[in-house]
Design a protein around this ligand. Structure first.
Ligand SMILES: Cc1ncc(COP(=O)(O)O)c(C=O)c1O
Length: 355
């Protein structure tokens, strides 16, 4: 089985990350620890350089993972029986977070327009309920790969403001940009007013393939919201482990060149997938701006569970239905070109057997 599902990559992390981890392990003492000043400073400088976003050190809240981060956001922004809204299709742990916190979920469908997944603003505005307290937002979007534009983000934030929603903006995929001419815009960087109601979640985990080391952070500018957030995690959320901090620092300090090369490679892989989809009847794909996760429309094949079908051909992909996109498959292309080509060959064999 070729594993093209869970969102991590087959590539080794930047050599400087591996070296830093070796050095830290050689130290031999593995007690409790805090993030270093150097790591916090480097994040502050990075956000300023990439997005002209000036954050303060005290806005950072360290987390072992983003799934933890948005579950805590549900607890911090609302009470039991309150409602949480999100756009679907969506990375499936978003769908579970409200129920984990004894809250309800309002699912608002994204729409595909001109081969791009985007927001139906009117539908969104109408769908928000009286007791909706939080919006779980994902930008760049998983699945679908949309990087929302400044205009879209402002419109989205305006509706959230009208309904007085806290926004949890999961931006874990913000470095994985396929569209060379586009730039990620952190929602909270758009204005102090938007920042006030936003919990931004970021991490080096997807970017530098260190997800297993569990090191991420929230950025919360509003003091009251930050206190609530910290309170909600108290006694439940463990410290970030010291190897996570070590890898994060080395990645942010030395990883930029590695990341550029990675992005060129991923762009090539995405092109290969698009060419394959274009010559394969029954498949479609939109123009994705970001992520290494291809969101392929396989509805034309007439299969109820396309991912399950392709498992018989030894390609393991994620079933779209799990993300609320039945008939779709999500294919991880963070792998070598030869593995990708082999996976596509197997998919082709499966499709040929249908006719
Ligand atoms: C949008 C999004 N958020 C969060 C995660 C997982 O984050 P973590 O492993 O830090 O909990 C993923 C992983 O695929 C993701 O795609």
């Amino acid at each position: 089985m070729l594993p093209m599902w869970v969102a991590d990559m087959d590539f080794r992390s930047p050599p400087e990350v591996i070296e830093a981890l070796h050095k830290r392990v050689d130290h031999g003492v593995f007690g409790y620890t805090f993030p270093s000043e150097e790591l916090e400073d480097i994040i502050i400088r990075r956000l300023k350089k990439l997005y002209s976003w000036n954050i303060k050190k005290e806005w950072l809240v360290w987390l072992p993972g983003l799934v933890t981060g948005f579950n805590i956001a549900c607890r911090a922004a609302g009470n039991i029986n309150d409602d949480v809204a999100t756009f679907v299709p969506i990375y499936y742990p978003f769908l579970k977070a409200p129920a984990n916190n004894i809250q309800t979920l309002t699912e608002i469908p994204l729409v595909e327009k001109n081969k791009r997944w985007t927001i139906d603003f009117e539908g969104f505005d109408k769908a928000v309920k009286e007791n909706t307290k939080l919006f779980l937002f994902c930008n760049p979007h998983n699945p679908g790969g949309t990087m929302f534009t400044e205009e879209e983000l402002l419109k989205f934030a305006e509706i959230c403001k009208r309904h007085d929603l806290v926004i949890c903006s999961d931006e874990i995929h913000c470095d994985l940009i396929l569209s060379k001419n586009k730039k990620h815009i952190p929602l909270a960087s758009l204005s102090p007013e938007i920042s006030e109601r936003t919990i931004t979640l970021m991490a080096p985990s997807k970017t530098f393939n260190i997800a297993g080391l569990g090191c991420s952070f929230a950025i919360i500018s509003d003091e009251k919201l930050r206190i609530k957030y910290k309170k909600a995690k108290e006694g439940l959320v463990p410290h970030v482990n010291l190897l996570g901090y070590t890898a994060a620092l080395a990645a942010y300090k030395h990883g930029d060149e590695w990341l550029e090369k990675l992005l060129e490679y991923l762009r090539g892989n995405y092109r290969v997938i698009k060419e394959f989809v274009a010559r394969t009847p029954g498949l479609n794909i939109s123009e994705q701006d970001a992520t290494y996760l291809a969101w392929i429309d396989a509805c034309g094949l007439g299969l109820e569970k396309p991912a399950e079908y392709f498992e018989k051909y030894n390609v393991g992909m994620s079933e779209g239905a799990v993300f609320r996109g039945p008939g779709y498959i999500r294919m991880n292309f963070g792998c070598s070109r030869s593995i990708l080509n082999e996976a596509l060959k197997r998919i082709k064999a499966g499709i040929d057997d249908l006719t």
